[in-house]
Design a protein around this ligand. Structure first.
Ligand SMILES: Cc1cc2nc3c(=O)[nH]c(=O)nc-3n(C[C@H](O)[C@H](O)[C@H](O)COP(=O)(O)OP(=O)(O)OC[C@H]3O[C@@H](n4cnc5c(N)ncnc54)[C@H](O)[C@@H]3O)c2cc1C
Length: 662
């Protein structure tokens, strides 16, 4: 093929074109995805002495949801100030999700997040208030200079200065000899003899600048490609900075593991969320009182303060009590209301929040909108820690919010920030329509089933970070990455040198390059990747929205099959970048199919999974309190699913399983 390329708009593509050329790599461990879990996995495996290659679709320096920062180091129950043990915190986090949270990876997080943070400190990351900026503050341990968030008694969530962590982790990868390959989108997994359901022995990828095909052969493969997004809504034009997670995380890891035959669970969960709405605001950039902004004063248009209540519904009169457990409560999880993580949660672990009857009281005239986050009336330490540390180190806030607002003259000692909450009763951001749903954009979601080695149901395929079912958080990605790196490296040394199946490689090359053979966007026929993404979103909005029944889900399946057969083949890519986009949308289609399979399989409504079956209206029947699993059924057209189940707590004893593997 030609080495230069003219794109549809007659601009010359600035990189050499190498479609069809194959470059081969070999290593003990290959890490797929260079986000937080990916870099920690690579570090863990390299420290074990393994030869490691890390493949990243974008640029490892800042890629992924945690690339721009992190202000909360969650659930570090192993830190010396925590009053709660890893076992107790893990169980509380699981119970708070009604059981639908991954006990294995959550325990790894609770038992080793602080150890990971200490390693972050050794790499040069700031994890303590070394400059004594918050000396004497109630959230600071003056001996260790660690600073905490939310529950100032329990002290298991740390505030950290994470804006440069990703750069430091990449540096550590390089120091340990990890070969980092940026701008290669992983497209598929290679299995022994090319069989579905067999051992995973490598992966394939396509360079997003040159279109070159890459082959990665390895003794163990760690998938760290986060989760599906863009299944119900997508608009590159409307969202911009308001997009929460990077829209390049589309569930490639889910789709390729599905094709290879791995098992998944919790794929039926999706929820209404402003994180899916094109009308949402830049993250943490409008006034609110939760998460990064916890526990900011909120006032109405006349300066009247909105009251806070505790989990017992008692009004909190003492400001400091916003950061302490309520009467009869041992500790609380997060705070500010459940709307940032909109699951029902347990009263037992509910944090202080703004009074829930605010909407009614506003309608009666007791409070007058608009409302404002009022940093000016906060105690000095609290004001500076929110507007400074939290807004500043949090992912995506340092430049868009802290720097931009400050340069525009915003002064937290004098100015208030308007909040658009409350008018329709929600917390952090305005509520949305039922079909503005998220899958991986927010919260705990479905993913790959893993065991105590964090290995999937396919030997040789491991997972870490947000890709694992029922998990989330930056510290979770760090802790699970660090742990799985070792497990995968140990697995790799015991492996034979398996040969890749040439047939499987050729089939993947044909699949990957198919969008190039479809004419040009300006000439007919042809369809842009955005158009196909929009069509898929419509199917999910119409037939897999909040109200579900067998008929709607059958229609979803029919439409997805129809689009896969008749429309997707028309998608056109005229350069390597658009080729990556086109492949992403094909994977979104695969993820949609997985979601619909799982929705069909759960024949019961479920509060915690935000799952409403009109044809099975009883909420949470006890016989359905279990995980539904799906894996690809390779028979027939290969698009069916084999359905199974797991007991709600399949992990056994936390400590002994964990200790045996570290
Ligand atoms: C704005 C924001 C703020 C947050 N703040 C916090 C916080 O303060 N505390 C906290 O605990 N959590 C926070 N989170 C969540 C946290 O960032 C994530 O839980 C964490 O990044 C998950 O790590 P991960 O490695 O699984 O995924 P990511 O960090 O998203 O990494 C996934 C990587 O895979 C790559 N990838 C995807 N597909 C492919 C492919 N086909 N080929 C190659 N590479 C691929 C991506 O480019 C990306 O680099 C925040 C998230 C956001 C968006």
């Amino acid at each position: 093929m030609s080495d230069t390329l003219e794109t549809a708009d007659a601009e010359v593509w600035p990189y050499p074109i190498r479609y069809g050329q194959v470059k081969k790599f070999e290593s003990d461990v290959v890490v797929l995805g260079g986000g937080i879990a990916g870099v920690w996995s690579a570090i863990g495996a390299a420290r074990q002495g393994a030869k490691v290659i890390l493949v990243e679709k974008t640029v490892t320096a800042r890629s992924g949801a945690g690339g721009a920062g992190c202000d909360h180091w969650q659930w570090a129950a192993d830190n010396p100030c925590s009053s709660v043990s890893p076992e107790e915190l893990t169980q509380a986090l699981i119970d708070n999700q009604g059981g639908y949270r991954n006990g294995v990876s959550t325990y790894i997080q609770c038992a080793s997040a602080y150890q990971a943070l200490l390693e972050m400190e050794q790499m040069g990351g700031k994890v303590r208030d070394v400059d004594d900026e918050f000396k004497g503050a109630p959230f600071r341990d003056d001996a260790s200079k660690l600073v905490f968030a939310y529950d100032y008694d329990a002290r298991f969530v740390l505030r950290v200065w994470g804006n440069d962590y990703k750069l430091l982790l990449r540096k550590e990868c390089r120091r340990l000899g990890v070969k980092i390959i940026d701008r290669v989108a992983v497209t598929g997994l290679l299995t022994k003899d090319g069989e579905t359901g067999a051992q995973v022995i490598g992966a394939t990828g396509v360079n997003t600048r040159t279109g070159e095909f890459n082959l990665f052969k390895a003794g163990a493969v760690i998938s760290c490609m986060s989760r599906p997004q863009r299944n119900w809504t997508f608009s590159s034009e409307m969202r911009g900075v308001s997009t929460f997670r990077p829209p390049t995380n589309v569930g490639n890891g889910h789709a390729m593991a599905w094709r290879a035959g791995a098992e998944f669970t919790m794929m039926e969960k999706s929820m209404r969320s402003p994180f899916a709405s094109p009308y949402s605001y830049p993250s943490y950039g409008v006034g609110n009182a939760i998460n990064t902004w916890f526990a900011c004063n909120i006032v109405d248009a006349n300066g009247k303060e909105v009251p806070w209540v505790d989990c017992n519904g008692e009004v909190i009169t003492n400001f400091d009590q916003r950061y302490r457990p309520a009467r009869g409560q041992k500790f609380f999880i997060m705070g500010g209301g459940s709307s940032s993580h909109p699951h029902p949660g347990l009263k037992e672990y509910a944090g202080p929040k703004l009074t829930p009857d605010l909407a009614e009281r506003m309608e009666k005239g007791e409070f007058t909108p608009p409302f404002y986050a009022d940093l000016t009336s906060m105690p000095d330490h609290e004001r500076r820690v929110i507007w400074g540390l939290n807004v500043g180190e949090e992912g995506k806030t340092r430049i868009p919010i802290l720097q931009t607002y400050s340069e525009a003259g915003f002064d937290p000692e004098q100015d208030m920030l308007q909040t658009y909450d409350f008018l329709r009763g929600s917390g952090m951001r305005e509520p949305v329509t039922p079909q503005e749903r998220t899958f991986g954009e927010q919260g705990i979601c479905g993913g790959m089933v893993v065991d105590w080695d964090l290995m999937s149901t396919l030997p040789g395929l491991f997972g870490a970070g947000d890709l694992i079912y029922g998990s989330q958080d930056h510290s979770h990605a760090a802790a699970t990455g660090r742990y799985v790196g070792r497990r995968a490296a140990l697995f790799a040394v015991s492996q034979q040198n398996e040969q890749c199946s040439q047939e499987q490689i050729e089939a993947e090359m044909e699949r990957v390059y198919a969008p190039l053979g479809n004419g040009s966007i300006n000439g007919n026929p042809g369809m842009d990747w955005k158009e196909l993404n929009a069509a898929l979103c419509r199917v999910m909005q119409n037939y897999c929205s909040e109200p579900k029944n067998a008929e709607l889900l059958d229609l979803a399946e029919t439409w997805l099959d129809d689009i896969a057969e008749n429309e997707a083949p028309k998608m056109v890519a005229d350069n390597p970048h658009k080729l990556m986009r086109a492949l992403d949308v094909l994977d979104i289609l695969t993820c949609d199919r997985m979601i619909v399979h799982a929705c069909k399989a759960r024949k019961a409504s479920n509060t915690h999974l935000h799952f409403n079956r009109l044809d099975y209206p009883e909420m949470d029947p006890p016989e359905w309190h279990k995980w539904i699993t799906i894996r690809r059924d390779g028979n027939g057209d290969g698009n069916g699913a084999t359905v199974g189940e797991m007991p709600i707590a399949p992990w056994g004893d936390f400590e002994s399983n964990y200790q045996a593997r570290i």
